[in-house]
Design a protein around this ligand. Structure first.
Ligand SMILES: Nc1ncnc2c1ncn2[C@@H]1O[C@H](COP(=O)(O)OP(=O)(O)OP(=O)(O)O)[C@@H](O)[C@H]1O
Ligand SMILES: Cc1ncsc1CCO
Ligand SMILES: [Mg+2]
Length: 276
């Protein structure tokens, strides 16, 4: 029996403790919309963020970071070159990097870049259902700009195929989140329907996945980061009347999240195992 069938809330809490103890420096090449909330989320959960994208320094910065997150939300040509160099450097130095293929499928430029970056050995790819289906080349991806028009369960098979094609662990978010390495599929429950109504919370989740990738192998990092975020998102949503105050409440919940909150607000289940 694989260790992978032993995902648990207790192990998520231990991963969170280990991440906070390490306070990993997480380099983010992310979009203008997501920068502040991503940095605040990382600080609140216990990591150390830096938003660094200049082509002249990305490689040096990767060398001092524990993980790298590349998010293609607001692109321009010089940023693209920085993304290529940063990803290549991370792999050369054996540091995990996370790809968030924002809006993959919306334009050819964006889709081509997401495909190119997905071939540069990301440890984890995290996106919404439309983005993952598009990146996998699956039919029916849909998508409306950066928003998903597909349910996360519709992207599970595409996520498995993308994982097998790239070697990355793939995380698909939505009402239920799914994480796969091409064989195992883990489901994470939690969060709240208000979350997609507040921009860039998915981007900030990808940053959080980067923090966990600094202290756990990719499959565990993705599952436990998503569980922590699902718990905090559900908790935060009980404190707000609508999406406006959600980012601030989410940061407070990420600061407070512990084993008890994880137990109360999130659930992890293994849907498919290697043997299935
Ligand atoms: N209907 C829902 N119910 C519960 N949680 C949800 C729901 N939709 C999204 N979430 C949660 O919101 C977070 C962000 O996921 P989402 O799929 O919205 O990302 P995204 O589309 O990439 O967001 P963005 O591009 O705005 O950053 C995840 O933690 C996810 O579990
Ligand atoms: C709204 C938006 N536009 C480009 S990136 C971004 C943040 C959510 O993905
Ligand atoms: Mg997104």
């Amino acid at each position: 029996m694989s260790d992978h069938t032993e995902f648990s809330i207790a192990a998520a809490a231990k991963a969170l403790d280990d991440m906070r103890a390490a306070r990993p420096l997480v380099q983010n090449i992310t979009n203008y919309v997501a920068m502040t909330i991503s940095a605040n989320v990382l600080l609140a959960v216990g990591a150390s963020p830096a938003m660094v994208h200049a082509v002249d320094e990305v490689e040096d910065f990767v060398a001092i970071s524990s993980a790298l997150v590349i998010n293609i939300g607001t692109l321009s040509a010089p940023w693209v070159e920085g993304m290529r160099r940063a990803a290549t450097q991370a792999v050369a130095l054996g540091k995990p990097w996370v790809l968030d293929p924002v809006g993959c499928g919306a334009t050819k430029f964006r889709t081509d870049l997401a495909v190119e970056l997905s071939r540069l050995k990301p440890a984890i790819i995290r996106g919404n259902a439309s983005e993952i289906m598009s990146l996998a080349g699956a039919a029916g991806a849909g998508g409306k700009g950066v928003d998903s028009t597909a349910a996360s369960d519709a992207a599970i098979e595409a996520g498995k195929a993308l994982s097998l094609a790239t070697g990355a662990v793939v995380a698909i978010t939505g009402e239920t989140d799914y994480v796969t390495d091409g064989a195992i599929v883990v489901a994470i429950e939690g969060g709240d329907m208000l979350m997609p109504l507040s921009t860039a919370l998915g981007c900030a989740l990808s940053a959080t996945v980067g923090a966990f990738a600094a202290v756990r192998p990719p499959l565990e990092a993705a599952v436990y980061a998503l569980a922590v975020y699902a718990a905090a998102g559900a908790e935060a949503s009980t404190h707000v009347a609508g999406p406006g105050h959600l980012p601030a409440e989410l940061c407070d919940a990420l600061y407070a999240v512990d084993a008890a909150m994880l137990e109360r607000r999130a659930a992890i289940s293994v849907l498919e195992t290697e043997a299935a």
